[in-house]
Design a binder for this molecule. Sequence first.
Ligand SMILES: [Zn+2]
Length: 310
Amino acid sequence: MSWSWRNLIRLRPYFRIHFCSKVGNGANTFMWYDDWHSLGALSYVLSPREIASAGFRISDKVKDVISDISWFWPAEWLLIIPQLNDYQLPKLDPLVADKVLWRERNGQKVEFDIQHVWKDLSNYDQKVPWVHIVWFKQCIPRLSFILWLAIQERLTTQDRMRFWDKNKNLKCSLCNIQPDSHSHLFFECNYSSLVWKVVKDKVGIKSNSHGWKELIEELQVLFKGKSIQIFIMKIAFAAAVYFIWRERNCRLFRKGKTDEMKIALNIFEEIRLKLIGLKGEFLGFDNDVKTKWGVPVGKKNHDFFNDQRN
Ligand SMILES: [Zn+2]
């Protein structure tokens, strides 16, 4: 490939977020990989395994899945991602073709027009200061996505629900003391603070900040660099937010309880599996680190994966 073509290809991730689909008959919009839902491409939040085990195909188009507006998301998915329901399902119209639109930097969707796109992309804005905490090379999209919502305080916590449901006596499902909020869940709650303490100690995050916003500011500074230790800290933080949010939802929908130590072990297992599957070299990924996390020593990671498959 030529130098210029390779560079054009490299730009794809930057442009991808600007393309979105307006569903008409649903025949040309991929259900899981095109951006037609308000959450973006659903493949960011649902793994191929989750899609397949719910009985769908990876290659499904919108019309293959959503037959009419009485269609529902699988209940298991709503436990983890209640935001799926925030967006009203499109009413398919057999006479109207699907359309690809351009999403401007201010979020507005417009017809694709090359002159307009050029103006929109010139002077591309600075990134938000916390972007490296959430999105980084070899991050786990499922975890990053929930963290991305949490940092923007867009998870549907009870303090936000009270706004429209004042009469309900809401309590955090983890401690049963007060309504939950982002600061409460991450990590002021008795339950989540214990999980966070165990995780912090194991991965070496030295933070004593109080409150969600203060913590994010602190981690922005702490999570700088490309060593394996920083990578592990980032995965640990995203996993802590993800597993606490999941446990909170499981309890709210009465799907059982898991104690703090088991949640911490789930987080460590997530880290271990990620380390086993890491691609490429990482600064400081030596035998001590591998032994600490139960990663086989003396083999390239992908060899280990091949062994597991055979
Ligand atoms: Zn609580």
